[in-house]
Design a protein around this ligand. Structure first.
Ligand SMILES: *Cc1c(COP(=O)(O)O)cnc(C)c1O
Length: 479
């Protein structure tokens, strides 16, 4: 066995030969150094397979193909531009909110150079990081103060640690929820050093439950209210209004903290998605502090905000975790530019997520019709425009949708039942990548989440994907 492996290994292709072969193929996009590393890694894996399992020694061509396959895998995992044709506005796997033109411009202007992120240009002295953004957030939400951190999960952790470390926090059993990505309220509470006191039941928690828990918990620092945005409870359900809970908290001298998640700064009912509480509404109801994401309904970059009373915000700011959880330089720039769109009425339609949500149905129908005209006659696929329902997504407004339209591509007559999946895969792996939905064996391209300036790219990508799906089918038939 050993002898056979050794004799085999002597025939292993040389690194430089494989590099040459890969470089000669058009599909190689790696630089020479990265490619050489990849060839070495692939060869060492293949060598190990020969030694351990007695696998046959591959020739140069086989190694080159293995290297190209690995390069494709690496490319598929990178964060590339995607056209979102899913009809889910805040698609968690697609980076949530796309940035406004203003935010993109601000990034382009500042990212490549130095910026006055912690410098007061007026005095030339050290300034507070994100001071402008925080002042804008406090003004927009009509609160005393604001603090920005890396995301909403970080804001919850920081708020609980700074308000209630070593003390108790009262939470309804109906709000011990899990948000996507492994964020679970009881676990975050534990990590913050606060003690969780559960009240009520899964479906019903009364004001009295909170009052009795406060009676029995002398070390209570706060009541935490968690927004239930990513699931629905219907039927025999009750929770006290936020304002009633705020009065109770005030009477008992504890803070009312709200994990809002969504972070709507305007009423989403104005863009067709009613029912999501706004940050200002929570503040007005009497919350001491509200935390939310800046890349959900707010429509900005990844970030988390903590707004509320100056005392609580200040405590969070001075907590040692604040430095570890701080917001990055580029999101601060993008967030500041995003927030300027909220300074005047209707200017917030500059924010893509809100503009897309509020686009009238007839405009979407006209765009879908133009896609059909551009694609028709060029493929054996059957094209139609069908009504759909678009969702807000991102863990907000579960179960609520707004009417939309999609271009439905039916390839089943030519490609059979698996044709839709093959086409969706070709769309996904194309450049630019297009994320579509497959519904009843048809590929759906929902117009609500595609920006008009992506129309040409979408049509070109769809043409290429159709050609790929049909040519693959051809190969299958031949073999
Ligand atoms: C989305 C969400 C979070 C987490 O926000 P991230 O910005 O993703 O960290 C926390 N709480 C609630 C209620 C949410 O909806």
């Amino acid at each position: 066995m050993k002898g056979r492996s050794n004799s085999g290994l002597s025939g292993m292709p040389r690194v430089d030969r494989v590099v040459q072969i890969v470089e000669a193929t058009a599909s190689s996009t790696l630089g020479r150094t990265a490619l050489t590393d990849l060839v070495r890694a692939t060869l060492s894996e293949l060598r190990a397979a020969c030694l351990e399992h007695g696998a046959a020694v591959p020739d140069e061509q086989a190694v080159a193909e293995a290297v190209l396959a690995r390069a494709r895998e690496l490319r598929a995992q990178s964060a590339a531009r995607v056209i979102n044709a899913t009809g889910v506005l805040l698609h968690t796997n697609l980076g949530r909110a796309p940035l406004s033109a203003g935010a993109t411009r601000a990034l382009a202007e500042t990212a490549g150079g130095y910026s006055s992120i912690e410098l007061d240009l007026g005095t030339g002295k050290r300034g507070r990081r994100a001071a402008a953004v925080e002042q804008m957030l406090a003004a927009l939400t009509k609160t005393e103060a604001a603090l920005v951190v890396n995301n909403c999960a970080a804001a919850v952790l920081l708020l609980l640690a700074s308000v209630a470390r070593g003390r108790s926090v009262i939470v309804s059993r109906g709000e011990l929820v899990e948000i996507g990505g492994g964020f679970r309220v009881p676990d975050v509470m534990l990590e913050s050093g606060a003690r969780l006191v559960e009240v009520g039941t899964t479906n019903r928690t009364h004001l009295d439950d909170y009052a009795r828990a406060l009676d029995a918990t002398p070390d209570a620092a706060a009541i935490l209210r968690v927004h239930r945005g990513n699931f629905l409870q219907i039927g025999f359900v009750e929770q006290p209004p936020l304002s009633a809970l705020a009065s109770l908290a005030r009477e008992r001298g504890v803070s009312l903290l709200k994990d809002l998640g969504g972070g709507a700064l305007v009423d989403l009912g104005r863009v067709g998605f009613a029912g999501e509480p706004t940050v200002e509404g929570c503040v007005r109801a009497g919350c001491s502090a509200v935390v939310f994401s800046t890349d959900k309904a707010l429509g900005g970059p990844q970030g988390g905000a903590l707004v509320g009373s100056a005392a609580l915000v200040d405590r969070a700011r001075r907590h040692p975790l604040a430095r570890a959880l701080r917001l990055g330089r580029l999101p601060i720039v993008a967030l500041e530019a995003t927030l300027t769109s909220y300074r005047s009425e209707r200017a917030w339609l500059e924010i893509p997520i809100l503009r897309m949500a509020g686009t009238p149905l007839d405009e979407l129908e006209a765009r879908a019709a133009s896609w059909v005209r551009a694609l028709d006659g060029r493929s054996p696929a059957s094209l139609s425009i069908v009504p759909t329902e678009a969702a807000f997504g991102g863990g907000t407004l579960a179960g609520r949708t707004a009417p939309s339209v999609a271009l439905a591509i039916d390839v089943s007559s030519a490609l059979g039942a698996g044709g839709a999946d093959a086409l969706a895969e070709a769309l996904r792996t194309g450049a630019p990548s297009v994320m579509a939905m497959v519904v009843s064996s048809r590929v759906m391209l929902d117009a609500r989440t595609v920006s008009p300036d992506e129309d040409d790219a979408l049509i070109a990508a769809t043409r290429r994907a159709l050609a790929t799906a049909f040519s693959q089918q051809g190969k299958i038939e031949v073999s």
